[in-house]
Ligand binder design. Sequence first.
Ligand code: PA5
Length: 450
Amino acid sequence: MKHLTFQYKHVASFLTEEEILLMQEEIDTCHSLLVEKAGKGNQFLGWIDLPSKIEENLLQSIENDARSLRQKAEIIVVVGIGGSYLGARAVIEALTSPFSAFENSLGNPAILWAGNSLSQDYHADLLSLLDKKDYALIIISKSGTTTEPAIAFRLLKNHIEKKYGLEEASSRIIAITDGTKGALKSLSEKHGYRTYVIPDDIGGRYSVLTPVGLLPIAAAGFNIRQLISGAHEMQKICTGTSTILDNPAACYAAIRNSLYRMGSQIELLVNYEPQLHYFTEWWKQLFGESDGKENEGLFPAGADFTSDLHSLGQYIQEGQRILFETVIHIQKPKRALSIPFNEANIDGLNYLAGKTLDEINDMAALATTLAHIDGEVPNLDIILPAIDEYSLGELIYFFEFACGLSGYLQGTNPFNQPGVEVYKNNMFALLRKPGFENETEAIRDRIGGE
Ligand code: PA5
């Protein structure tokens, strides 16, 4: 079995190996805080040993429910936002053909998403589509009260009950939420939905390997055992040693924090495979909510190359020197495709005839790395053997562990997200939510006639 590897040769002109290894002592301290669950936010460290602790009967139950949803529905709508949606979407989109909607899907339901925005048109269009399709719902909310998924679920629950009747509708809904409290828990009890519990000690952005990610991923037809197996392998490596040269997540955390201390402000996660776009979205949440607090933290941004080389490429090459790139490379594509020879050669591409598109993509990546290094943009490389469940499991755990370490290196709590409440409180005040009367008065005064 081939594994994820992390390489730092393209950072050498900015940071020597000796300088990286100077971080060893700090890494040792932060590694102990993490694996001994003794650091800030340690009540949310359930993800650390999750891959090794997932129980067989939970997996079987998820697989059974996924099978029954797949038999019933041509569309499964997953309702959730942030950590209650991005991990599942990252894995499903990475593994799904971008053209699956146009193919005979061989019993694979389409997975659609709701409750991750407040767009009226998006949700109205979705309901119109569902008028004509057989569907089921997976509603995910740890708190059970987040506004976006709660509104989407009210709309969808109304629709599915009208379409199928109360009893059949309830059998088409699975809820993933807190074990004891919240509006979604109460609704589930009232209507008898099947439910899964989000463990108390795992925050939203670290929850992809709980039912939050596993049920939608299994419902989409993918192998959750392989996903967990990859994560488990990375758990053993990451928790087993703090030695920078033996632990890829520790090495990555040491380097990204060194670059931050040297003045980098932005980390750009780069891929050369468009189906990894949502993996980047998951990564942005993981690092954005974990690092960005107390006026600290690298800003996590993403780019899909080569597409974005024709837009962001100019800035990366010659704009402000405040960023570095972490590039995900895929060693083996699923499909073969080479450039055909053409007698007339009017497009002048015969010099590429016989080469695979993947060889050309690799050369584009190397050319870009060299250009960006010349433009003073350090590059870090993550090499994944393939885009499959096992490798994605490794990648997920690698980033989670590195993210925890990074937060501790920075001295902040990587497991809370106090900043996301500010807009919510304003919104509740503006919408006159009961209980927010004082805030409503204050915000109305503040905005005057608006
Ligand atoms: O990481 C987080 O905690 C957040 O992104 C939450 O996952 C998101 O706000 C959704 O919360 P909930 O699952 O309570 O609906």
